[in-house]
Design a protein around this ligand. Structure first.
Ligand code: IVH
Length: 680
């Protein structure tokens, strides 16, 4: 029996690793994230019963190891070399002439061209096909042991070959050491910064430094949260098995083992064609998903390349063909401030227009106000700007030597540039906020959030309509939505009787939404769905909440000092008080039965529920709301602490897990009876 489970376990592990490879290396998944999670949960379940089976190649072992005090040093099995640079075709041809003189086999040489990714060099060790150790480049001889961090990068195979079918085709040396470049793709970098900005946290300066910093974190959990990936291009060392002797075959071989390998590489019979190809990428570099600072031209025959030797740390057999630099200096004319969706104020540089790699740049991000102060960036300064790939152009810093004395130290605004309200700062965040709910810069986004499905759920109010309502002055804050009438709507573009009636109907319905939803809809900094629920149960209505002090708010579980302060602040603003007043006048003033602390008197109080599958009448949000409004708690995963599993149609693996743990199972009607206090 145990043997059978063990072989199922191994099979499942291989299956998950193969899906992981399809997703993170091939970018061609064949199952959904949900299905993947199910497989992974099943694996975790088996491992919980058989911890003795957990091997380092289990996908559950990628994250989660403990933070280290420091990094150990690792001596590389061979030197990790760098490259000499060539700036343009003539430089590259001169390189070829030099090496022709050293070895006449160069006359017949072929060349492989690969992208030179601007990331961080890493060295990965595999013993008997298992990923056992990984290091930074360090000084080229000794690097730092960052194995736990590298494990969190899903593009790194924990076992090679990745697919069991390949093991008969590709043989792996007993000991194999490969080198690659770890990096954060541009899109992921911008997304990461967008989220940080929204949360009021410090944004990262550029993808390369972020990747390097992430890999040199002592806590692997932090590394795991950064969108790192890598491409592998070299075999540094091998023992106990043969590996190819040409660069082109190495790339094919590494790919066959399951490593992520660039698909941009090409092989050429002569240098001029290699240069021509390189130049096409100098033009097209923005279409690469990562920042590349050039292409590497390598002699394909690795025996010949090795025989050519080195100059210093640079092998003669390869050269970095650098793309034109995309850093320029220009004058900082002014510092502007943009107001984001959540009210975050972000400073940006208004520049003397300057061309960087074929694009005229007039604006660049200045990240946040601390950055301006730290770098002592002054209005009128010459500043160094970088435009890299698709990443938003950014200011690197001032050129201090170019100062004339006329430059002015920047004073950050004390009021919002869009509405004039005083700006606010929250403890522990770098961002400054405009907290005025009626600020025109935030209004479109605020209304979008207010009407969305998870909050007031008002249908028929798409972004185009919201924009029109604001432009025409019909809506100046969220409360104005409820006093709109048919005549007004008919003046808008694209509105006829029916459409206007439908919208008025859904606005009317929304007036009956409960306090949870209204609170979450108002977009008070730090107040999400869960906190909105807690506040509703504790205060029962908006008036009571608006009078609460920070101390009182902090009595509620889950409300920390920052959220408490932000709630008090929000209600203290006259503009927000006006919104609340107008909402009440329009009939939007939900009352909720108050409870002491955590809904002691709800029939479901003290019980924890997990929901799986589709229920006959309640939606996902609906059932959550139902349980919570009756004092129960909803969690995502089944554990021994789960009181009941609410089961619907087409359930996932949660049902099996509940059964195996002996968790009681209910259907929707039984849940409702229970909430009414009826015995089942
Ligand atoms: S080859 C002998 N190939 O560029 C092998 N390097 O100084 C020497 N890099 O630090 C390196 N992409 O981290 C090579 N396809 C690629 C590369 C690459 C990025 C980095 C590498 C090194 C630097 C060159």
């Amino acid at each position: 029996m145990a043997e059978k489970i063990h072989s199922q376990y191994e099979e499942l592990k291989a299956q998950i690793n193969a899906h992981n490879y399809r997703y993170h290396v091939l970018d061609a998944p064949i199952i959904s994230d949900l299905e993947y999670d199910r497989l992974l949960n099943e694996l975790k379940r088996i491992e919980a019963n058989h911890p003795e089976w957990i091997a380092p190649d289990s996908p559950t072992q990628r994250a989660g190891s403990k933070p280290a005090d420091r990094f150990e040093k690792i001596r590389h099995p061979a030197s990790i070399l760098s490259l000499a640079n060539a700036f343009g075709g003539d430089d590259a041809r001169a390189w070829l002439e030099r090496i022709k003189k050293i070895d006449d086999r160069v006359e017949q040489a072929k060349f492989v061209v690969e992208p030179k990714i601007d990331g961080l060099s890493v060295v990965l060790h595999y013993r008997d096909g298992l990923f056992v150790q990984g290091a930074t480049r360090g000084d080229g001889e000794v690097g730092e042991d960052i194995t736990s961090n590298l494990r969190t990068i899903r593009a790194i195979p924990l076992r090679i070959p990745v697919n069991s079918e390949q093991s008969s085709v590709v043989s792996v040396p007993k000991y194999l050491v490969v080198r690659g470049e770890a990096f954060i793709p541009n899109k992921e970098f911008d997304e990461l910064n967008r989220k940080l900005e929204e949360a009021g946290e410090k944004t990262y300066l550029n993808p390369r430094n972020t990747a390097a910093g992430s890999l040199r974190q002592l806590d692997p959990q932090l590394t795991a949260s950064r969108p790192l990936t890598l491409l592998v291009y070299q075999i540094v060392y091998s023992e106990g098995g043969k590996v190819p002797t040409s660069q082109w075959e190495i790339l094919e071989y590494l790919k066959a083992l399951g490593f992520p390998v660039t698909d941009v590489a090409k092989r050429f019979d002569d240098l001029d064609s290699a240069i021509a190809y390189t130049e096409t990428w100098a033009e097209g570099r923005d279409t690469l998903p990562y920042e590349a600072d050039g292409m590497v031209i390598k002699i394909d025959d690795l025996t010949l390349a090795a025989d050519l030797g080195f100059t210093g740390k640079d092998p003669r057999g390869a050269i970095a063909f650098k793309f034109p630099a995309r850093e320029v200096t220009t004058t900082l004319n002014e510092i502007g401030v943009a107001v984001g969706r959540t009210g975050v104020l972000t400073p940006f540089a208004m520049l003397e227009p300057v061309e960087i790699g074929g694009v005229v740049v007039e604006r660049a991000t200045l990240h946040n106000f601390d950055f301006i102060a730290e770098k002592d960036i002054r209005v009128g300064d010459r500043v160094l700007i970088k435009r890299a790939g698709e990443v938003i152009p950014y200011v690197i810093g001032p050129v201090v030597d170019a100062r004339s004395g006329q430059e002015k130290t920047y004073q950050m605004p004390t009021t919002c540039p869009a509405c004039g309200q005083a700006v606010e700062h929250f403890e522990g965040e770098v961002a400054w906020y405009c907290v005025n709910a009626a600020c025109p810069a935030q209004l479109v986004r605020n209304i979008e959030h207010f009407v969305s499905r998870g909050t007031m759920d008002i249908t028929g109010l798409g972004i185009k309509i919201v924009e029109q309502l604001i432009e025409t002055g019909l809506v100046k804050d969220v409360a104005d939505l409820f006093t709109l009438n048919k005549e007004q709507l008919l003046t808008l573009e694209g509105f006829a009787e029916k459409k206007a009636e439908n919208l008025l109907g859904s606005l009317e319905q929304a007036k009956a939404q409960n306090l949870n939803r209204l609170l979450a809809a108002l977009g008070i900094h730090g107040v999400g769905e869960v906190m909105a629920g807690d506040l509703s149960r504790n205060f029962g209505n908006l008036s009571a909440l608006s009078k609460a002090s920070a101390e009182e708010l902090q009595q509620i579980e889950g409300v920390g000092p920052n959220s408490a302060e932000s709630i008090v602040d929000w209600f203290a603003q006259p503009v927000n008080q006006n919104v609340v007043k107008k909402l009440k006048a329009a009939g939007v003033n939900p009352e909720m039965q108050k409870s002491e602390g955590k809904m002691q008197n709800g029939a479901l109080s003290g019980l924890t529920f997990v929901v799986t599958g589709t229920l006959p009448t309640l939606s996902r949000d609906g059932v959550k709301e139902f349980i919570e409004s009756n004092g129960g708690k909803v969690t995502d995963s089944v554990s021994k602490k789960t009181s009941y599993l609410v089961l619907g149609e087409n359930p996932g693996s949660k049902a099996e897990k509940a059964k195996s743990l002996g968790v009681k199972i209910l259907d929707e009607s039984e849940l409702k009876k229970m909430a009414e206090g009826l015995s089942l």
